[in-house]
Design a protein around this ligand. Structure first.
Ligand code: GTP
Length: 189
């Protein structure tokens, strides 16, 4: 009881997936802002969430900024990867970005760095379920950290080779966010 933990969390994912909206929703009510605009470069927010004292880095998902992500890898305690679960066309692009991230040497050095996935925009009718998103990203398949593409190494539970979890979310109402944050908190405490 009373145990608090400082944590740096990186929010990554393609542009328009909902990173800023999720961060805004996680903040205390009186600190929220009414209008979210696309992130230019990197946003930083500090706030308390349950037993975590969070620094949330909001990494712009726009292509021209994605190379900035890696500068934050050495100093992070957890990664939240946000997916637009309605964006069927770009799920392979998201997978490519995820693969690059997991192959990065700073990330590989952190064997236990937890990765939480939000399959966001679950309120929209055309959204894929969390399970479907996990399948499309091949999260439960094989070895991600070596080589170019995920290779199945015979252990169906090996997955990303690190703790991960996926849940569906609606960033506008906050639905699903608690489950994910609870999981991350358990990993960090
Ligand atoms: P970049 O800053 O460009 O990387 O985008 P981002 O990932 O921060 O996305 P942002 O939070 O700006 O949200 C993009 C758009 O999706 C906005 O119009 C949001 O209102 C909308 N959006 C975010 N989350 C949800 C959701 O859960 N459901 C629905 N229906 N719309 C959402």
């Amino acid at each position: 009881q009373g145990k608090r933990k400082k944590a740096h969390i990186l929010f990554v994912g393609l542009d328009n997936s909902g990173k800023s909206t999720i961060i805004n929703q996680l903040k205390p009510k009186k600190e929220r802002i009414p209008d979210i605009v696309p992130t230019v470069g990197i946003g930083e927010e500090n706030f308390s969430l349950g037993s975590l004292d969070l620094t949330a880095f909001d990494m712009s998902g726009q292509g021209r900024y994605r190379n900035l992500w890696e500068h934050y890898y050495s100093n992070c305690d957890a990664i939240i990867f946000v997916l637009d679960s309605t964006d069927k066309l770009r799920i392979s692009v998201a997978k490519e970005e995820l693969m690059q991230l997991l192959r990065h040497k700073e990330i590989q050095r952190k064997r236990n760095l937890p990765v939480l996935f939000f399959a966001n925009k679950s309120d929209l009718r055309e959204s894929f379920s969390a399970v479907k998103c996990a399948q499309l990203l091949e999260l439960d398949k094989g070895e991600w950290v070596k080589g170019g593409s995920p290779m199945y190494r015979g252990d169906p539970h090996s997955g990303l080779g690190r703790p991960w979890h996926i849940c569906a979310s609606n960033a506008h109402t906050g639905e699903g966010l608690n489950e994910g944050i609870q999981w991350i908190t358990e990993q960090l405490l």
